[in-house]
Design a protein around this ligand. Structure first.
Ligand SMILES: [Zn+2]
Length: 487
């Protein structure tokens, strides 16, 4: 027997099976019970939300030997034929595949003949917005004077493209995206009946990715079974989708808060491993920050996440200001657009993320000691360094952002008797002094000086001691004993 996709196999066969469209089911059931059926329905809504399934169920409800009934038997000849797709009374036209000119013409010819078996002829026109203007005109004429035994179901994913002349002649039913919980439950049922073992986290991710489309959710489940057999784990889903797993996304979030550049670049590298595209990683990041945004402004429940995931998002959202989250989303969305034409997508992502950090790291205006207060010897070279200091800073910035941030907090003070350039930091800024003296940063500064001044000069840092303070801070005490206090 040839393989039947899960979506087809488990497609809803009666009104009560339909997932997530309670209002529509109620409307149609009542219309049948009260004999108030419309001649034309317009089913609008995203793909995979049950439009065609509902149309077929309606056809069975109308043509069942026990009908018209809201509870068709499903076993009589008429029901069976419709289920199998053999019924001559149910005519399905896919406007997307051939734009419908011949079909609509034929429809107009045939519509005059009453149904041979059953009571109604049901015309289901899928993706009706794709019809050509000629086909629309032909359809319109039919809709204006439909024979009593016809019911039209026009289905569309793009309501705004359906001409008003058509939609105004139909009763419109809007199919909403199916709720995450409902998709999860249905997947669980299908998995149970098929004998698949699937963990909760995997189930939640499939449902989230499906974005309200049951068809997408079941297709994904199908692919997962081919990919990993009957036992499906969260990691299988991650690998198949090529999506970034939640650990990675939260790590990105933390790194942005902490402005950890090295870690950020590592994460990008990690994100791109296993064949993920830069675009995919960027989209996942945008989605993550969108989640943070919703949680931050208190509309997190629309995300329909598991309680654990929600709690984790909330925790991370607290580390961000709302402005920062929006800034990240804007920057990443722009990067997503840019990388469509840029040959080096990864570079675009890296720059976008680094710029976000840089904005955070660029020091705010810090009050500085006036030059006159400081006891500095000013040989010619020192004067030269001082006058070119902004250029030196710029050069360091290109080599190391961390080195730059620390250097920015210091000033060139003197060239000491060892021929070293002394860079002074304000009291309490020992952290910056120490970071500047790390080999990598020190080298970068020395190279920069060489580039700008044309002379190799070593550097060392000192931290000021505020003499007006009567009690010394721990930092100042440490500096004092290191003998690096300016006097
Ligand atoms: Zn029946």
């Amino acid at each position: 027997m040839s393989y039947i996709s899960l979506y087809r196999k488990w497609r809803s066969q009666n009104f009560d099976d339909l997932v997530g469209q309670a209002a529509i089911v109620k409307t149609l059931k009542n219309a049948i019970k009260n004999d108030r059926l419309a001649h034309a329905y317009l089913f609008s809504g995203p793909r995979g939300t049950g439009k065609t399934s509902t149309a077929r169920i309606l056809a069975k409800a109308l043509n069942c030997e026990n009908g018209p009934t809201a509870k068709h038997c499903g076993t009589c000849q008429n029901c069976e034929k419709i289920t199998r797709g053999y019924s001559v009374n149910v005519i399905e036209i896919d406007a997307a595949s051939n734009r419908g000119i011949d079909e609509i013409r034929e429809l107009r010819e045939r519509i005059r003949y009453a149904p041979v078996e059953g009571r109604y002829k049901v015309y289901i026109i899928d993706e009706v917005h794709m019809l050509t203007p000629e086909a629309f005109n032909a359809l319109l004429k039919t809709l204006e004077e439909p024979p009593s035994y016809t019911v039209f179901v026009l289905a569309t994913t793009e309501l705004q493209k359906v001409p008003l002349t058509i939609s105004s002649r139909c009763q419109r039913l809007d199919f909403g995206r199916i709720k995450l919980k409902e998709i999860e439950e249905h997947l669980m049922q299908v998995a149970g009946k098929e004998g698949f073992a699937i963990d909760e986290k995997a189930l939640n991710l499939i449902a989230r990715v499906a974005e309200g489309s049951m068809r997408d959710a079941l297709s994904l489940l199908d692919q997962l079974v081919s990919f990993s057999g009957h036992k499906i784990s969260y990691d299988n889903v991650i690998t198949l989708l090529g999506t970034a797993d939640e650990e990675l996304l939260f790590a990105f979030g933390d790194t942005v808060v902490e402005s950890d550049i090295v870690k950020l670049l590592e994460l990008i590298k990690k994100g791109l491993e296993e064949g993920r595209s830069t675009l995919q990683v960027t989209r996942d990041l945008v989605a993550h920050f969108r989640n943070l945004l919703h949680v931050k402004v208190g509309s997190g429940e629309i995300l329909e996440l598991t309680a654990d995931y929600f709690a984790r998002l909330k925790q991370q959202a607290e580390r961000f200001s709302l402005e920062k989250i929006m800034e990240v989303i804007r920057a990443l969305s722009k990067a997503e657009l840019d990388m469509r034409w840029h040959p080096h997508g990864r570079l675009v992502l890296e720059v976008a993320l680094l710029e976000l950090l840089e904005v955070r790291q660029a020091p705010m205006a810090v009050p500085r000691l006036t030059r006159d207060d400081l006891p500095v010897a000013i040989p010619e070279r020192l004067a030269q360094i001082k006058s070119r200091w902004p250029d030196i800073l710029e050069s360091v910035k290109k080599k190391t952002l961390f080195g730059y941030v620390s250097l920015h907090e210091g000033d060139p003070r003197e060239i000491n008797n060892k021929g070293k350039l002394v860079i002074g930091f304000r009291r309490g800024y020992v952290f910056h002094k120490e970071r500047l003296e790390e080999v990598k940063n020190k080298q970068a500064v020395e190279e920069a000086i060489n580039e700008i001044i044309g002379e190799k000069i070593a550097i060392e840092g000192v931290v000021d001691n505020d003499k007006k303070e009567t009690t010394l801070s721990a930092h100042a005490v440490a500096d004092f004993f290191e003998g690096k206090v300016l006097t």
